[in-house]
Design a protein. Sequence first.
Lengths: 134, 281
Amino acid sequence: MAGTFSLQIVSPEGNVLKEEVEFVVLPGGLGELGILPNHSPLIAGLDIGVIRYTMNSTVKRVAITGGFVEVADNSATVLANSAELSEVIDLARAVDAKERALKRLAVRSNEIDLRRAEYALRRAAARISAAEKQ
Amino acid sequence: MAGAQDIRRRIRSVRNMQQITKAMKMVSAAKLRKAQQKLNAARPYARQLQGVLERLAQAPVDVIHPLLKKRPVQKVVYVLITSDRGLCGGYNANLIRKTSGLITETQHEVKLVTVGRKGRDFFRRGKIEFLAEFTGFGDEPSYNQAKEVAQEIVRLYEQGEADEVYLMYTEFVTAMTQRPAQLKLLPIEQPAGKQGKQYIFEPSAEEILNTLLPKYVETQIFRTLLEGKASEQGARMTAMSSATDNAKDMIDKLSLAMNRARQAAITTEISEIVSGAASLE
């Protein structure tokens, strides 16, 4: 591994994480983005999903609901709409939310409700996948 | 002079009030601490977002986003952020005074969006049109509440209901000082981009701008809501603290008056007894 870089995750509710990492995978708008040390300057939009970062060959996960990332000067700053470390995710609640969303999707209602349910479903799925693989 | 009994009753009522103001002072001190924490927590995000906006400014973006575009100003909207509850000193009055001043000065057509009951109640008596009002945000405004306000404001702006939008809020300086402040929210003044690193934009600078600008409006509103909340609690704490002090002064004065009245009563009684005894001799 070619050294480390600093990963910072901030959300409007506060600083979520600041750590030295070796590798991070972000849920980019066009697909997953892998960032290694000394990445060239980048600003990218992020989707709902899971951030995975590696340090000392242990992988940790953070669920986010979209945002941006800025990479420059060997540090990555994630501006997340909201972010939850996998340790603090309430798995039971996430599973509940997923089922609720699925149920609402099954009942074909108007478009706004469908979009909202789909959004909720994706959020729940991201939280579950972050929490389960811990 | 009032009788000792009356004064005693007054002392009791002032003491009860003092207890209430003292309790309110302590409650608002605790809430202030919480509000301040949230404000501090929100700052890094706002700062980073501003940073990204600056970096975007240097990118070769051809598309002019509607939120950036300046229009000839005819209609101005003020977003007034006040509290739902009173008993917080000059907190609401100062901001309302500043806003009224601006409204009378300006030649443009003014409309209002209010957050908080106090601002709404004040301006409802006037002739100014309300475009939206929000109340009941509680002691800890959430990001979703800010988002709600932001969406409404962006909608008004895009529909041409407003050519400029200003946030009127109270800036939290310290627990003792709060300053009424004004912030131009829309159109967004894009910071001058410093020539620096060449960034890669994914998917594209335009698309990032499209999602970033509404986000920027939301964070600004969120920050001002938090500033307002912290200021409100600070103002209330100061007001309640001086109310408690005043009650103490009042109790001291009343106790003195009561003792005098009691003394006077005793003196009269003694002289009556003495003169009664003297008449028997």
